[in-house]
Design a protein around this ligand. Structure first.
Ligand SMILES: [Mg+2]
Length: 365
């Protein structure tokens, strides 16, 4: 089998209200999808999580020449050739995200060609449903409105709820209090700062919220201040989660060596694809760090994340968009069931995703 063509499809979904966190307030969700075509008629879908125009330029300009004529089953060779060719200048960032999308599409093709879900090719179906957390609680002015949303996630069966805070560090403690009261003592509450604090602010805020039984304190610092995570952890006593801005097994090894990470959060559409995600999980396991993959883009990223988590028992929980702010269900051939805080693993060949003409017309440029 040979790759005959490479396509990038950019999708945009406008939102009714901005999704506000400590660093940004996007009014639209975007996705850069990769489609690889082969000479025997099978095509595969992937996704690159970075600036969509950058992904497009990298995939079509730099990766396409390496891919044409290659067998998608030689995914390790494809990955290695692309990464080695860029490692001097682009060992992280948009290039690796572009490669991630290509990697996902190769695995989708392999699964389709063999008539098997991707999980069966990378370790097998260790579990057919994955524990998940609700990941849609963005910062709002009114703590009561946030508390109402959090309570609804719990009513819908989630045992874990994450919120984005840090827009008003001196005032956000009352939002944490309102959320804890709304969800009760038995539901886990994660607090995500989206890299918005410096060390003193992260320490002061973390100490103030520690009385509310915080499940994890996510990305309190800039992604370049990896040494600071251990400082914040020691000063607050809170478990630290981070990694959505990190790349490859090499980046995660360094992160773990710095000693401030309790939960690793690689993104499969960014950190290197399925091929690299399995290696990151192995490195994390050797360091005794659980992996809770970052999963906040389209249904293609969600589908790939589910397949890896099904085959990798040391991972969890799964980040899940419960309000469909992005384009998730419409990209699945059969959307997964979400019940009692678990998301089912689709068992169709490949990743179980498709890009219909209807969806393309609805969200495409
Ligand atoms: Mg996050």
């Amino acid at each position: 089998m040979k790759i005959t063509d490479v396509e990038v499809i950019l999708l945009t979904k406008e939102l009714s209200a901005p999704l506000r966190n400590a660093k940004q307030a996007p009014r639209r969700r975007v996705a850069a999808l990769v489609r690889l075509h082969t000479d025997d008629g099978i095509s595969g879908l992937g996704e690159s999580w970075c600036d969509p125009e950058q992904a497009q330029a990298i995939i079509l300009g730099r990766l396409r020449p390496l891919l044409l004529g290659e067998d998608p089953f030689n995914v390790e060779r494809i990955w290695r050739r692309a990464f080695d060719g860029s490692a001097m200048y682009d060992p992280k960032g948009a290039f690796v995200a572009g490669l991630s999308g290509v990697d996902l599409a190769c695995w989708d093709i392999m699964g389709k060609a063999l008539g098997q879900p991707v999980c069966k090719l990378i370790g097998g179906l260790c579990r057919d449903r994955i524990p998940a957390y609700a990941s849609d609680l963005h910062w709002q002015e009114d703590p009561v409105a946030m508390a109402r949303d959090a309570a609804r996630f719990v009513e819908n069966g989630f045992k874990l709820v994450k919120t984005h805070l840090g827009c008003e560090p001196e005032d956000d403690v009352r939002r944490v209090r309102a959320l804890r009261e709304a969800i009760g003592p038995d539901v886990g509450l994660m607090v995500d700062i989206n890299t918005g604090f410096d060390r003193p602010t992260a320490t002061r805020f973390g100490r103030r919220i520690s009385e509310f039984d915080i499940y994890w304190y996510e990305e309190p610092l800039s992604p370049v201040d990896v040494d600071g995570l251990a400082v914040v952890r020691a000063a607050t006593g809170l478990p630290i989660a981070t990694g959505e801005n990190e790349y490859t097994r090499y980046g995660f090894r360094h992160l773990f060596e710095c000693g401030g990470v309790d939960v690793a959060m690689p993104d499969i559409a960014r950190a290197g694809g399925i091929t690299e995600m399995k290696k990151i999980c192995a490195v994390a396991e050797a360091f005794g760090v659980p992996v809770s993959p970052h999963n906040y883009s389209s249904g293609v990223c969600s589908a790939a994340t589910l397949q890896v988590m099904a085959a990798t028992p040391s991972t969890g929980p799964l980040e899940w968009d419960t309000v469909d702010a992005s384009i998730v269900d419409e990209l699945f051939v059969e959307p997964p069931h979400v019940r009692d805080g678990y998301v089912s693993v689709p068992q169709l060949p490949g990743l179980g995703v498709e890009l219909t003409n209807e969806v393309r017309a609805k969200y495409g440029a």
